[in-house]
Every structure is written in structure tokens, then in C-alpha cells.
Design a binder for this molecule. Sequence first.
Ligand code: ATP
Ligand code: MG
Length: 486
Amino acid sequence: GLDFNGFVQVVQKTFSVLSNETFVLTTTDRIIVDADKFDKLKDGTTLYLLRKPNQVLPASIEEEINFIPHYNTLIESGTDEYFIEGQKSLPSALAQLVDNALSATAKNTGVRSIEIRMLFDKTCGKSAVVVLDNGCGMTSKQLNNWAIYRLSKFTRKSFWGSSEREGYTRPEPVRCSLNSDISYFGVGGKQAAFHIGNSVRMITKPRNSPDVHELVLSKDEFEKKEKNKEDVYKGTILNRKVYLQDIIKEETRKESFTAVVITGVCPDHIKYLKDDFHEWTRQLAHIYHYYIHGVDGNHKMDQSQKSDASPKIDILVTLREKPPAGLRQKNLREVQDDLQTLYINSAVDTFEFKATTSDGGSLSGTMNRARGKRDIFECFWNGRLIPYTTISEFDWCRWPNKSTLPLECFSRFSGVLFTNDKFRVNASKQKFMDLELKLRHKDTHFTPVFNVQKASKNRNIQKEFMQWLEKCHSQFDKQVKFLGYS
Ligand code: ATP
Ligand code: MG
């Protein structure tokens, strides 16, 4: 509450400056503080008390600073990441929200229900993209953690103050690494929400609690706080009872849930989501092919022989527009033209193998179905597709010069790789970091697998693969040669 003169007096007193001594106050960049500048000083600023403005510092001085990241760190985090191949990759952003829903519903005993709702009919005021799941929900502490950029499951602290980690335990290995443990960096949800729109409301109810927790992060709020010189990384969680609300009427019916409500959806995105509905739902069906259809994928023929009995995962997409366009709805299970479905249903035989790396990386792969000129392998990480990494081939499945098999045989198979999380992906989960490098490493061993239970350690993968291909060639390949026509 002091004015400049008052302040100068306090300084003189505190530092015992004699009344006949001349002195000057400057900032650390040597700007002289006068009455005018004094009014503009921020709290916590370091000042020098000097005899003259350009006096040499008699000692080194520590200046306290703070460097809280700008809020753009959060809201712009997806800007470059999702800009792949000249196109803003919206399906990849939606996938991040589905990833979270898959993680949250991992322990559901009944159906795992995930809904992506595009509400473009303005019934609730503005356009919104909502992702809703019936998973475990979040406590208010977990919701607080959700908002912290880069706070991953590996670094989270437990609520009760101990320095112990919350105790992340790696899931047991399962076939195709379909372990639903897809949360990894502490980035995805925020990055995706702000790529899609400019405001996100999280509404969540954890199991065994009567309360609903809500938290809003929005660009407008950030700007407002910055303008008012408030801490932008502070906010409030609303804890309330369950009530009936437009967007999630289900609140009253679900024991636990999370709804991610994104508004301020940019018009380009709305246009894309409307116009290319078929395309992006197909891409999502491709990404989650094995979560939706199970380890054997989408075989149209033998639905009866599904080898796993885990709870069903429903991923339902709805798009609501103003009449007359109305409502479009698609369960991703119904998609029959994603690449995996097409491959699987044109395959006549399969070759399966495994690889392990020295740091515990495990990978399994299957090869079948023709691919033409494409890379051989699509790659799945913890069971979900990493869409922009493919592996062209391995040494052991390349055409060897001395082979009796014709070169064409080598474009008649394609494959999928399933890795665990020892193989790293980037934060938007669009690319692997070092998959190819690790797989080419001399300590990485490939072994053919002849039944699901055990890999055949001592068998040579190249030999077995060539034998398989020869068998396929003699059984399934037909070449027709027309003679005598002009
Ligand atoms: P990644 O960067 O790999 O996505 P992440 O999933 O931890 O890592 P976010 O997607 O931002 O990062 O989510 C942060 C955390 O919020 C999650 O780890 C999870 O604990 C919680 N969370 C997010 N979405 C949900 C949800 N639908 N249900 C329950 N918890 C959720
Ligand atoms: Mg996530």
C-alpha cells in the first residue's frame, strides 16, 4: 500500500542508508525505478539498491523467477502432432478419447459401452462432440490429475500424501497385447479435446460414490485469467449430486461414467465429420479392430468360433444434425470395409510368429492375405492400431535370390504386428518411435509359432516361413496362361 516515497523511506530504514548518501533503485536490467515505474512493478520483483545506475555489482545476486508454461502448452499441444500428411487428423484425436474410455472400462464385468456423439443440431445450444463411457469414472483427485499435462500413470502420487507412487502395475501379458492399458503419457485427453474444440467439460462419477465431479478447461477461461493476472493453471471442480442433463440423460442410470463434452468445435472439423462420416468411422473401426472383434478379428464366416469370452466392447457413433438430415448412427462393429476386415476375409492361410527384445519387448505377428505393393505389416500397440507406422518387411520374409518361388508370391501375403508397450509410440499415438530399429537389433529373436500356447524356440524362422509360403504356393496359387490368341 506504499507509494514511491513511502517505499524509499522503508528502503532507507531497512538498509540503514544515511540521509546524506545518494542512491538509486533499479531493476535487474538497470532501469531506474521512479514513481511512475514503481506503480508498474509486479510483486516479487528483484531491485538493486545502488550508488549509481551503472555501478558494478559488488557480489553475485540471485533473482527469483518463475516459468510456468504458457497455457498454449496445453491448448496448442496437438497442433503439430495431428497435422500428418497434410491433413488434420481428426480420427486420431477421437481415438485418444476412445483410448481413455477403453482404459476406464477395462474392469467392467458387463458390456463396455463407449459412445461418440456428434451433436450438431444445436439442441443443447452449441455444437458439441461428446465421448461417453460406462467405465470406472474418476474421483475428484483423479479428475484433478486428468488436467495435469504430462502427469502419467507412472508418476502420479497417491492421494494420502505419501511419496509412494499410486502403484501402477503392468497388466499380465495377453494375446495380441489386448490389455486395454492404453493410457501412457498423461497427454492424450487434453491434446485431443483442444484439437477438436476450444473448451472441454469433464463430467464423471466414480463407482461407489454418490457424487458427480465436473471440471471445465477452456481457452476463454485461460485468456480471462491471464488478463486478470490470475494463475492460469488453477481452477475449480464442481462436486454435485447426479442430475438429469441434456447431454447425458444417462447420468441417473449409470453406476459410474465419464463424459467428455467438447464445445467450440471448429467449423472445418464439423464439416469433415459430417461429410466424411463413412471415412472416419471406418478409420476408427480399423484402429480398434481387435478390441471390437477379439483376437481373431472380424471373420465373417465363423462368428461362432470366437476364442475369447471377455466382455463385449460397443463403440457407438451418432451424428445428429438439424432436420431434414437428422440422425446417423453406426456401431463400429458393423463396419465391414476397414482394411483388417478386408484382409482377414480374403486370407486362405496364416503364418504366426513371435519376437522378443532384450528389454522385455514382446511382439507377435500373423501373416496371410495378399497386399500388392503395400508394406507388409500394420502395427498395433497394446492392441490398438498405430496408423502411420508400417513395416515393409523382415530379412526372413524377403525374396531370396536362390528361391524356387516366383517373386509374385512375396506380394501375396500381408501381416499384422502386435506389440506391448516396451515399444514406444509418440504422444498422439500415430507413430512408433523405434519399432523398426528395435526389431532389426541383433538381440531381437524371431520364432515361428505353430500353436497359440508355445513358440517353437529352436526353429529357424526363415526356413519355416519359406516352407509355409511354398505350401501356400502349391495349394492356392493358380496361374493361367493364354496361348494361341493374337
Ligand atoms: P495418454 O497421453 O497416453 O493419453 P493418459 O491417458 O494418462 O495418457 P489423458 O488421456 O490426458 O492421459 O488422461 C489423463 C488421465 O485421466 C488418465 O490416465 C485417466 O486416469 C484419467 N481419465 C481420462 N479419461 C478417462 C475416462 N474416460 N474415464 C476415467 N478416467 C479417465
Ligand atoms: Mg489417454
